[in-house]
Write a protein of this length. Structure first.
Length: 95
């Protein structure tokens, strides 16, 4: 369910529902409403963007990357060639 995923990422990022609502300029009551009904369209995209996750992940769609996978990929892309080789070597050792 959407609210379970939302609460998971809020806990991970140490953000409250109230803080999230402030971040996206919405009343706190919206968070309560999301416990019963998934937000639509632009609101859903705004939540995903602010929390740095995909809409697919929030909606529990198959194949959606986990937030730590996205973070790892961002770090990989920021590395120079030597750093990328190190990351690949470590991943291969752990697989």
């Amino acid at each position: 369910m959407f609210i379970d995923r939302l609460n998971e990422i809020l806990k991970f990022k140490k953000i409250t529902g109230s803080t999230l609502c402030k971040m996206i300029n919405m009343p706190n009551a919206n968070y309560t409403n999301w416990k019963k009904q998934t937000p639509k369209g632009e609101t859903l995209k705004l939540i995903a963007d602010v929390l740095d996750v995909s809409v697919d992940w929030l909606l529990e769609r198959d194949g959606a990357p986990e937030p730590d996978e996205v973070h790892l990929l961002e770090n990989y892309r920021a590395c120079d060639d030597a750093g990328k080789e190190t990351i690949i070597s470590i991943a291969e050792l752990q697989a």
